[in-house]
Ligand binder design. Structure first.
Ligand SMILES: *Cc1c(COP(=O)(O)O)cnc(C)c1O
Length: 349
């Protein structure tokens, strides 16, 4: 084996925790879990994620783009069903057929395109109020040859008390009566926790598999999966009155010990982590100081025994990704999908 290049930031992916979350979502809902592995498995690596979930019993996957589906098909072989949330567009229908991918048909043009390409197994998306993708319920097509699954998407699943959830559920339950015998798919991650009448036939979670959560999700049931660990690359004393980083983004009011850590926005540590971001280092949560720069960020480690080479957890078991996301003014989905290709993914389990 050749020795790996020095990588000061690594994304550790715990596939055993992924598998536990998959089983938890199955147990909570009582129906098969059809994982959403779009955006390269929310940044964790769709091939590794899907292979492990197949070993746990997953047989159907969702991705967003046709190109994601083609790559996933190469990675996981001919057996599993793969749905393309984008549907089919123009010549793309032939590409889907060549890789045995199923489009999610969102509007009449897509239905025509699919039929013109010879049709075959596909899904239908209904819009039950989100006004994003899918046929309005009153415009939904008659049942047709090849229709295997009918789905809709919740707009507010991360707000369990929002009456929109029940309204969408009821609109969907009424609409699918038109498609007897077709598999019904309603809930994303948040929807899995809304109660048994939100489960229908199969669920379609993404973020909870990966250890993130919609707000209000019971955190104790979902295990962290991804940990972004940076190394301290240099540790220095900063005298009172001096400043740290670009634009003098931080001023030391007292003598400080500062660790420069090898993760920056080119690794996916958003600039918006400054000034509220915290990391777990030396057994404590400590503030990021100054501006996050392209390759490094600075952390106040005053009073801690931290040396160059020590690990600094940007998010993971000790700094939950949802808390990191809140500090950065975003959501766990964006944090995960922002991790760039230069960060090696290292798998456990
Ligand atoms: C992304 C997506 C999902 C998964 O959503 P999570 O909130 O990550 O569970 C499910 N369905 C559709 C249509 C999606 O676009």
């Amino acid at each position: 084996m050749t020795s790996p290049a020095f990588a000061p930031a690594v994304l550790h992916v715990d596939l055993d925790a992924l598998a536990r979350n998959f089983r938890t979502l199955g147990a909570v809902t009582g129906v098969p879990v059809n994982p959403v592995v779009k955006a390269d498995g929310y940044g964790l690596g769709a091939a590794a994620v899907a292979r492990r979930l197949m070993a746990e019993g997953a047989r159907t996957f969702f991705v967003a783009r046709a190109a994601e589906g083609v790559r996933l098909r190469e990675a996981i072989g001919p057996e599993p069903v793969i749905y393309i949330l984008d549907g089919c567009h123009g010549d793309g229908a032939a590409l889907l057929k060549a890789s045995n991918l199923r489009p999610v048909i969102n509007h009449p043009t897509q239905l025509q395109t699919w039929r013109a390409a010879g049709g075959g197994a596909c899904a239908l998306q209904l819009d039950t109020g989100m006004n994003r993708l899918g046929f309005r319920v009153e415009d939904a097509p008659e049942p047709f040859e090849g229709l295997e699954l009918v789905m809709t998407h919740l707009a507010c699943a991360d707000e369990p008390a929002n009456p929109m959830n029940r309204a969408q559920r009821d609109a969907y339950a009424a609409a699918v009566q038109r498609y007897p015998g077709v598999t019904r798919s309603f809930a994303n991650s948040g929807g899995c926790f809304l109660g048994p009448d939100f489960a229908f036939d199969v669920v379609r979670p993404g973020i909870c598999l990966y250890g993130g959560g919609p707000e209000g999700r019971p955190h104790d049931r979902i295990a962290p999966v991804a940990s972004l660990i940076a190394q301290a690359v240099q540790v220095r004393d900063v005298p009172a009155g001096e400043t740290v980083g670009y634009s003098q983004g931080f001023k030391a009011e007292r003598p400080m010990r500062v660790a420069t850590c090898g993760a920056g926005y080119a690794d996916g540590v958003l600039r918006s982590y400054s000034p509220r971001g915290q990391v777990f280092v030396g057994g404590e949560l400590r503030p990021i100081i100054g501006r996050v720069s392209m390759d490094v960020l600075a952390v106040d480690v005053t009073g801690l025994d931290v040396q160059a080479g020590d690990p600094v957890e940007i998010f993971g078991a000790n700094r939950l990704i949802d808390d990191a996301a809140t500090a950065a003014g975003t959501i766990s989905y964006e944090l995960l999908t922002s991790i760039t290709p230069r960060v090696p993914r290292v798998y456990k389990g």
